[in-house]
Design a protein around this ligand. Structure first.
Ligand code: SIN
Length: 489
């Protein structure tokens, strides 16, 4: 174990199902690796479809008593869990950095962000109001009530090992559902630590079940969840191909599916932008988690009149970013998650350079430095380059020059994805025009950071369906029931 926590009992190496720790049915295990050092820092069960079925059965057994509780009783459990998560903030942040690699300051921020979903949905649980509809006949009374959808499942990614779990679990449990959670194979330790804290908060056994898998066995878990008629809702965050495959499988049992998938965010700087602010926003939108978020800016479009000034200021700021292990102070760019991710970023930059991009700062060669990739700014990018079409998921910022608003809107929308977009302008008319014309689920105007518990997070086109967070997040875990009372005199 290469990390020291104040509370080492948070480090779990078994899955937790129905309130009990358990191994996989096969006894197989999978190692957890620190991406900064490639050291093994733990191991967890490599569970399969049979293990998933047991977890689903545990969630089903816990459903009736959990959904029967008052909203205030469920809220109370979430609120206590929130308190425990905040008390364990430093330990959870160390776990996140150890298994996902992000700088420790960002990990602390993630724990606060993750905890905010528990607090928010503890409140929303009590506000799951229905409706009374003016009837169509004099002797009728029409009601609409919101009911928990039933057993739900969450399959979550490695880039936010805590926040992506609590964003789903908090909403599901608040709605009265029970849940099976399958964290990413790379980051199970944070998920299990969150579960330990949930148990300490008095969450009844089986309301939450956390199962772990290897990359291979996770596919079997996903298939078992999709095939189960007991699971009524599936929430997935991850790549578009994986999301499409899960949605296809889930269609056979007609589940409610919410998908938060890949992005290809545009970051547009208009001639009328405040350049200093745009540079700060670009740093935030690009380099959070070393460029490994679905909402990271992927394509920077800069209008001719400010192009050179923006490139100069942005490249100078990027050159100052310190790269290193996330556990070291003052590091702002950590390692990429694994060798495959590093290879992909290298290949995208090599393709761009071969197609005419210039390196303003950063890396153009094939040098290897473990999983660390230097923050890189490329100029003269064109739509034909691979990185204009694919999600880079690394600390590389390609800059495209444009002339007119009409031209940039076409360029920005020329992608199958539609998660987030950002733009900088001081013209209020343009702000509305562009925000309305951009095809995406979330728009940041004069800011590079838009994620918050209070607002709906999600995308359009191949970036997904459904919304998480805000008051809309509960909808994913509820059914509407219409009641028609007749013969009223
Ligand atoms: C993501 O990358 O999928 C989530 C990022 C966020 O919540 O800000």
């Amino acid at each position: 174990m290469v990390f020291e926590l104040t509370d080492m009992s948070l480090v779990q190496s078994e899955a937790i199902v129905g309130g009990n720790v358990c191994e996989s049915v096969t006894g197989c295990r999978v190692d957890v690796i620190d991406p900064a050092t490639s050291e093994i820092i733990g191991s967890v069960p490599a569970m399969n479809g049979e293990d998933a079925q047991k977890a689903i059965a545990a969630a089903e057994a816990a459903l009736i008593p959990w959904r029967a509780k008052t909203a205030s009783a469920r809220s109370e459990r979430l609120r206590t869990w929130h308190k425990h998560v905040l008390e364990a903030k430093e330990d959870l942040a160390k776990l996140i950095t150890a298994e996902c690699g992000k700088p420790i300051g960002e990990s602390r921020g993630e724990v606060a962000y993750a905890a905010s979903f528990l607090e928010w949905y503890a409140e929303e649980a009590k506000r799951a109001y229905g409706d009374v509809i003016p009837p169509h006949q004099e002797d009728k009374r029409l009601l609409v009530m919101r009911q928990p959808i039933g057993v739900a499942a969450a399959i979550t990614p490695w880039n936010f090992p805590a926040a992506m779990i609590l964003r789903k679990v908090a909403a599901a449990l608040a709605a009265g559902c029970t849940m099976v959670v399958k964290p990413a194979p790379q980051t199970p330790l944070t998920a299990l630590a969150l579960h330990v804290l949930a148990d300490r908060s008095g969450l009844p056994p089986g309301v939450l079940n956390t199962i772990t898998g290897s990359i291979e066995s996770s596919l079997q878990i996903g298939s078992a969840i999709c095939a189960s008629p007991t699971v009524r809702a599936l929430s997935f965050t991850g790549s578009t191909p994986a999301g499409v495959s899960l949605a296809q499988q889930a269609a056979t049992t007609v589940k409610k599916v919410s998908l938060e998938l890949g992005g290809n965010a545009s970051f547009i700087v208009f001639d009328d932008a405040d350049i200093e602010n745009a540079v700060q926003g670009a740093l935030a939108a690009k380099f959070r988690n070393s460029g490994q978020t679905c909402v990271c800016a992927n394509r920077f479009f800069v209008q001719s009149g400010v192009h050179d000034a923006f490139v100069e200021a942005f490249a100078a700021a990027v050159a100052q970013l310190r790269v290193g292990p996330g556990s070291e102070p003052d590091v702002s760019v950590g390692p990429l998650i694994d060798d495959r991710a590093h290879e992909k970023v290298k290949a995208l930059v090599a393709d761009a350079v071969a197609c005419g991009a210039n390196v303003a700062v950063g890396e153009s060669s094939n040098s290897t430095n473990g999983r660390f990739y230097p923050p890189t700014v490329l100029t003269s990018a064109t739509p034909e380059m691979r990185l204009a079409k694919e999600e880079i998921f690394g600390p590389v910022a390609p800059i495209f020059r444009f002339e007119s608003e009409e031209e940039v809107l076409k360029l920005a929308n020329r992608t199958e994805f539609g998660l987030a977009s950002y733009f900088y302008s001081q013209d209020i008319n343009r702000c509305f025009r562009v925000a309305e014309a951009i095809e995406c689920g979330m728009v940041g105007i004069n800011t590079g950071m838009l994620s918050t518990v209070v607002a709906p997070f999600g995308g359009v086109k191949s970036s997904g369906i459904g919304r998480e967070g805000g008051r809309y997040g509960l909808d994913e875990y509820q059914e509407l029931k219409y009641i028609c009372l007749g013969g009223v005199r």
